[in-house]
Design a protein around this ligand. Structure first.
Ligand code: DHB
Length: 398
């Protein structure tokens, strides 16, 4: 649906007293758009589990008498038109006061401009291409950017290796990884010996791994979205024998995402990544989070960075509700989010950069190791403290 038609719909809804009717102070309506089905359902499912766990354990953080109502919609995967249509319905018909979820960049990109037109605050739980937050002043991100992990990883890798090959999924998050890693690696004196971009629909990474092997790099840097893609690229790395050829595998933490590790077997042992969250981290806040998750959901699917994205975004939403005693004003909500801080997230201290509305957090160097008979992303060191999105730092208006 074209924006013009949508605005006309809004105007007529307003004339009928629909869209502008003051929301009850007692119930805050939150629209959740996420990927709950299809090959990327791991994102929505894990975001959702983190979000609901937060809500269950933190009812007392809402003002007395104030309730939260979720209106959940499934975008089914990368489908910007569908995500936009769902957002329009949630805003006009369901009159949600806040939008959240957003696992996939292309979907978040199509919804962001609507939030500027309608002044509905949007809290991103996962989508990670740097550019998204520049598309509307009503967007804040509580997840991560791929520049935050891939740029420091490039700098780290240049100290150990001279020749790297880059393989990324061919959409905005992959392009960010490619650019960020290449910048960090080249600045450190490294050489890129080859590159490939892989279509978002493919789960067969064997031809790409073969190409990487033929280029004879010392190290392969790869990004694919977490979930089934990550499982398949790790398998292909092993099947094509890059490990036996002595080619080290590195990437942002998406490629060894915690919830897929049990299905990956021993292949990823030794894979080095940079990321903002590991389920194996021994911070007390993380230990409490993982224990609460296991108590609620059992051992079948552990928490991942997406679970924490859901948890932290919900904490920021509850904070905005609390500070406004349940009466959501869009501009006040954005002011509160711009100044949001949590020294004690499961991932460590986090805050929002008031200038960009993007997350500020630590980045950890991790290696997949066996811990107590199971593989885990073991944090080795902090490679960046309170890291702002590097892409925005490098592209600041002078
Ligand atoms: C995005 C999706 C992912 O599954 C992931 O691991 C990273 C980024 C995205 O579309 O923004």
């Amino acid at each position: 649906m074209k924006t013009r038609i949508f605005l006309a719909m809004l105007a007529s809804a307003a004339a009928l007293g629909l869209a502008t009717a003051p929301a009850s102070a007692q119930t805050v309506k939150i629209g959740v758009i996420n990927t709950m089905t299809g090959p990327q359902s791991n994102i929505g499912v894990n975001n959702d589990m983190g979000m609901r766990l937060y809500m269950k354990l933190n009812e007392d953080k809402l003002p007395p008498g104030v309730k939260v109502e979720l209106v959940v919609r499934d975008d089914g995967g990368a489908n910007p038109d569908k995500a936009k249509q769902l957002a329009q319905e949630l805003i006009v018909r369901d009159k949600v006061q806040i939008l959240t979820g957003f696992g996939i960049t292309s979907n978040a990109m199509s919804v962001a401009p609507l939030t500027a037109e309608t002044r509905v605050p949007m809290a991103i739980m996962n989508a990670a291409a740097s550019v998204i937050t520049t598309r509307s002043p009503y967007v804040a991100r509580f997840s991560f950017t791929l520049w935050q992990s891939s740029y420091p990883l490039g700098q780290w890798a240049a100290k150990k290796y001279k020749r790297a090959y880059i393989a990324v999924t061919d959409y905005a998050p992959g392009h960010d990884c490619e650019e960020a890693f290449e910048k960090g690696f080249r600045e450190g004196g490294g050489e890129i010996v080859g590159k490939t971009r892989m279509p978002l629909v493919t789960l067969d990474f064997v031809p790409y791994m073969q190409r990487a092997k033929d280029a004879k790099p010392e190290v392969l840097f790869a990004f694919v979205p977490a979930g089934r893609f990550a499982l398949q690229i790790i398998k292909a790395y092993g099947d094509v024998g890059l490990d036996k050829a002595g080619i080290k595998f590195i990437g942002p933490g998406d490629i060894t995402t915690d919830e897929e590790l049990p299905a990956m077997g021993d292949v990823p042992i030794g894979v080095t990544t940079v990321h903002h969250y590991s389920a194996a981290a021994d911070r007390p806040a993380n230990k409490a989070f993982v224990a609460a998750w296991k108590k609620e959901y059992g051992d079948k699917i552990g928490p991942s960075f997406m679970g924490v994205g859901g948890w932290d975004a919900m904490d920021a939403i509850y904070y905005a509700i609390r500070e406004q005693k349940g009466k959501i004003d869009p501009d006040r909500t954005m002011e509160l989010w711009k100044n949001y801080k949590n020294p004690n997230s499961p991932r460590g201290p986090i805050s929002i950069d008031p200038e960009t509305r993007d997350i500020v957090q630590n980045e950890y160097l991790r290696e997949v190791r066996k811990v107590g008979g199971q593989t885990a992303n073991v944090e080795l060191e902090i490679v960046g403290t309170a890291v702002k999105d590097p892409w925005k730092e490098f592209n600041k208006k002078k």
